[in-house]
Design a protein around this ligand. Structure first.
Ligand SMILES: Cc1cc2nc3c(=O)[nH]c(=O)nc-3n(C[C@H](O)[C@H](O)[C@H](O)COP(=O)(O)O)c2cc1C
Length: 456
């Protein structure tokens, strides 16, 4: 898969160079201003609205009253330390991933990065509504996990509204609607997941219903298209309709379309090509909105390369799960400019042991089980000496150990001390410039069709 993504990126850079040599799509004045603004620091939602009024010629979004915004600090890291109720912006976030980004993984991730935004797995609205006497199991999280976003799935307005209301008590920092999942299990259930992209007006209504029932800002996570509905104009119509009908001001864009022809969800994350140029086109055409870029990003160098070109935020999924140490240990220092984490993996495991042994069996026998708690740890030593042996030992230890303490005692001798005790090298520097030529490759600017879109 890595090779697959690498070659996609290489093709992409090659293609970009070709279009540059033909002299197409030179960056617009506005996009240059935007990049400079982004580079200059703070960009809260409200701040992003003000300076761009000159850009209303691009896309005239109605000015909704913006009474909800994320609790963001100014750019200064110092402020973040003195005000526990606000967070640095979502410049880096860890993607929602079913069966992966559960409470245990998020706890581990938070031990490695203090500033990354965490997303829950998708929770189906009906689950929340039907389990309303058992909500902690689905919605509770330790306070250290802030800033954290709840992702909802669903297509029933009433249930989405009720779910948002019930979830509101848990104090999530944002509520996100899944409009990107092509899984048969989800997509087969009528208009749900990525199929919602075919009905932007419904999504606008859903986002209004969610927004009206919670205190947190709301956001949408989507693909860049579905099957043949994959033009840049259709993506813009989708964004425009939702942003103009609901309080949604933040979109997470998985920069590949979804194919609903029966290919597996995993293939749907590798087969359709990545089109980052659509993402950067949205930055240019909707300057009043915030867009997080997602799909195929595998290193912090790439995250920073995207941000240097104006990306507001970058969301990383598989790399953050399959190779958490190099992906997450540099987020605070390299993306946020905060003091780097000086924690070692031995210290992370010590903290994780205390957490695990305190929650084992919390919801009944084996709920959670030692296997569930160990699962997120299994990639902590990816590509390191001793990793193979540690995994074999872990496989045997699942069956015999009843606590995380004994699991670690029986397995950790497979990993050399030099690996366990090393801390992230904060001097590591970025040379990657994957997106350097992106503004030579943008789709033509969006010509929005307000009357047609809003009067249907
Ligand atoms: C195991 C797995 C489960 C996923 N579950 C969800 C989900 O529940 N909701 C969602 O919006 N995306 C889901 N995704 C998609 C990711 O959020 C992300 O968009 C995708 O993996 C592309 O990002 P990446 O290339 O950085 O992994 C899932 C991905 C994986 C690998």
């Amino acid at each position: 898969m890595k090779n697959d993504q690498k070659s996609l990126k290489e093709n992409y850079q090659l293609k970009t160079r070709r279009s540059m040599s033909k002299g197409v799509n030179v960056p617009s004045h506005d996009s240059v201003i935007r990049v400079m603004m982004m580079k200059s620091g703070v960009c809260t939602r409200l701040a992003s609205l003000a300076p761009f009024s000159l850009k209303r010629q691009h896309c005239n979004l109605p000015l909704l009253s913006l009474n909800k915004s994320r609790k963001l600090c100014s750019h200064s890291y110092k402020n973040d330390q003195t005000n526990v109720n606000c967070y640095l912006p979502p410049w880096f976030s860890i993607a929602p991933m079913m069966d992966w980004t559960d409470n245990h993984y998020r706890t581990l991730a938070r031990m490695i990065t203090k500033h990354a935004w965490l997303y829950t797995e998708m929770v189906v609205a009906e689950t929340i509504v039907h389990q309303k006497d058992n909500l902690d199991r689905f919605l509770a999280f330790p306070p250290e996990q802030h800033p954290i976003v709840l992702q909802l799935g669903g297509s029933n307005l009433d249930n989405l509204a009720k779910a948002a209301k019930l979830a509101n008590a848990y104090g999530y920092d944002e509520i996100n609607l899944n409009c990107g999942c092509p899984s048969g299990k989800v997509a087969g259930h009528g208009c749900f997941g990525v199929r919602l992209m075919l009905n932007p007006k419904f999504v606008g209504d859903a986002m209004s219903a969610i927004g009206a029932n919670c205190d947190a800002p709301v956001s949408v996570k989507c693909r860049i298209g579905v099957d043949d509905h994959d033009s840049y104009g259709e993506l813009c119509d989708f964004i425009y309709t939702i942003a103009s009908q609901s309080p949604t001001r933040h979109f997470v864009i998985h920069a590949r379309k979804a194919l609903l022809n029966g290919i597996s969800p995993a293939k749907n994350r590798t087969v359709p090509p990545l089109k980052y140029e659509y993402y950067f086109g949205l930055l240019r055409d909707f300057p009043d909105l915030q867009f997080t870029m997602n799909g195929g990003i595998t290193s912090i160098d790439e995250v920073n390369a995207a941000r240097r070109q104006g990306a507001y935020g970058v969301m990383v999924g598989r790399a953050a799960y399959n190779n958490p140490w190099p992906t997450l240990a540099y987020v605070d220092s390299s993306v946020y400019g905060a003091p780097g984490t000086s924690i070692s993996r031995r210290q992370v495991l010590e903290q994780f042991q205390v957490y695990s042994d305190s929650v084992l069996g919390q919801y009944g026998p084996n709920k959670p089980s030692i296997r569930q708690l160990v699962k997120p740890l299994l990639h902590l030593f990816h590509s390191e000496p001793g990793n193979g042996l540690w995994k074999r030992k872990a496989d045997a230890a699942f069956h015999r150990c009843e606590t995380m303490k004994s699991f670690l005692e029986k397995t950790l001798d497979a990993i050399p001390d030099s690996v366990l005790d090393s801390t992230p090298d904060t001097n590591s520097c970025c040379s990657e410039d994957t997106f350097a030529d992106i503004y030579g490759f943008l789709p033509p600017p969006y010509k929005f069709r307000e009357q047609e879109l809003l009067c249907v």
